[in-house]
Ligand binder design. Structure first.
Ligand code: NAI
Ligand code: NA
Length: 396
């Protein structure tokens, strides 16, 4: 069938298999162009199908020849209806890995559940023995708690007071004011339950209990800080509470891994267009201004550039891993450069529907957004019939 983007609100309902495959190939080429990374050889990526998790899997596999197991929650295609982009990304990744002689298998299901954890542990036991790196890169709006059975929903709200600021609808380019009512106490608890560190710790505990962690194994989860502009709705809002919890959990996991000399890290990454971040009010306007400045300065990065730098210049230099005063790895260093932030803050004041096309990178934002779904890639013939029924046997 011929597949075109079909938008509904902040999501795109369709995705293009060939475009997703192109995106994966481009990322693989980038990693190969940067040379070998002396990294982990047996890697589990939880949240492996899109965004930072997919880039982490690609970096491990094609930078260090690692065997990878990916866990994600994606929709396979059915006749006449494309699958989700993460499904196509993973299918493409597995095909490329297999061509390169690299072990790659994936488990498609709810990573928060006991069943998917058990299935993953069984696969590690039978195929890899022990894991030496676990990347934790889930972004989800809900979590069904495996012990209590409670369905938690995360929210993106300010705490204590109403937040009002500018935002942009990146489809129409209209800049408007948005107000978000403060959250309830329950919202905070729920958001921490979904996006905090409890599930990360559960994964590591389960792996450790079954002796599936190699001596010196490490684990990395991803966090975000961002500027004061977005603080009220992000870092000091409900999601920020969850990130605080995630960051605190890193220390608990490190303690629990003492006996095997293992360590847990949080890496603070740059703001990027992903399915998760497009849904957060205010962030798209910030990103479109940030992109403009970072591109002008020649320091713009996407997920793959960020993760390549994380692996090569932070995790696997052979020296101690550099962290900030709170023990976090920082690859948001270029985003947070004072000169970059000053310029973004100045543009923020000027941003209106009329000025944004000039002062912001709305075009770049839109392209990145469409790229998430496999659209607007060079080298893909979008007028041609696509085969949406891509088949891969290594995804279960
Ligand atoms: P994403 O939406 O691209 O990826 C989320 C991944 O989680 C996908 O592989 C998806 O299949 C998987 N997933 C979601 N629910 C699942 C479930 N129940 N079971 C199994 N898999 C599930 O998100 P993105 O942006 O890559 O986020 C990953 C992490 O990076 C998050 O912790 C996010 O907060 C963090 N981060 C994101 C930034 C951004 O600007 N996008 C910036 C800094 C950190
Ligand atoms: Na991810």
């Amino acid at each position: 069938m011929i597949i075109e983007p079909r938008m509904r609100g902040f999501i795109c309902l369709t995705s293009h298999p060939d475009g997703c495959a192109q995106s994966v190939k481009n990322q693989i080429e980038y990693i190969k162009s940067k040379g070998d990374i002396n990294g982990a050889k047996k890697v589990l990526v939880i949240g492996a199908s899109t965004g930072f998790g997919l880039s982490s899997r690609i970096t491990a596999a094609f930078g260090s020849n690692a065997a990878t197991i990916g866990v994600f929650f994606e929709k396979p295609p059915t006749v006449g209806r494309p699958g989700s982009p993460g499904w196509y990304n993973s299918a493409a990744f597995e095909n490329e890995a297999s061509k390169a002689g690299l072990y790659a298998k994936s488990i498609n299901g709810d990573a928060f559940s006991n069943e998917i954890k058990k299935q993953t542990l069984d696969l590690i036991k039978s195929d890899l023995g022990q894991i030496d790196l676990i990347i934790y890169s889930l972004a989800s709006p809900v979590r069904l708690h495996p012990v209590t059975g409670v369905l938690h929903r995360s929210v993106l709200k300010p705490i204590g007071q109403k937040f009002t600021n500018k935002t942009v609808d990146f489809h129409t380019g209209i800049v408007s004011e948005v107000s978000i009512e403060p959250c309830t106490e329950e919202d905070i608890t729920n958001t921490i339950a979904v996006m905090g560190g409890e599930d990360w710790a559960m994964w590591i505990d389960a792996l450790k209990a079954e002796n599936l962690l190699a001596e010196g194994a490490s684990t990395v989860a991803y966090s975000y800080i961002g500027p004061s502009l977005t603080e009220a709705v992000y870092r000091k809002g409900t999601i920020g509470q969850a990130k605080d919890h995630l960051e605190a959990t890193a220390f608990e996991i490190t303690d629990s891994l003492k006996s095997i000399g293992g360590k847990a890290f949080v890496s603070v990454n740059k703001a990027l267009v992903t399915q998760a971040s497009s849904a957060i009010p205010v962030i798209p306007l910030y990103i479109s201004l940030l992109y403009k400045i970072m591109k002008e300065e020649g320091i713009h990065e996407g997920c793959i550039e960020q993760i390549q730098r994380l692996f090569q210049e932070r995790l696997y230099t052979g020296n101690e891993i550099p962290t900030d005063e709170k023990g976090r790895i920082r690859i948001d260093d270029w985003e947070m450069r004072p000169d970059v932030q000053e310029k973004v803050a100045a543009l923020w004041k000027l941003a209106t529907t009329e000025t944004l096309p000039e002062i912001g990178d709305l075009i770049g934002y839109k392209k990145d957004f469409l790229n998430l779904f496999g659209f607007e890639f060079e080298g893909v013939d979008y007028a041609a019939e696509a085969n949406e029924m891509v088949a891969v046997s290594s995804i279960v």
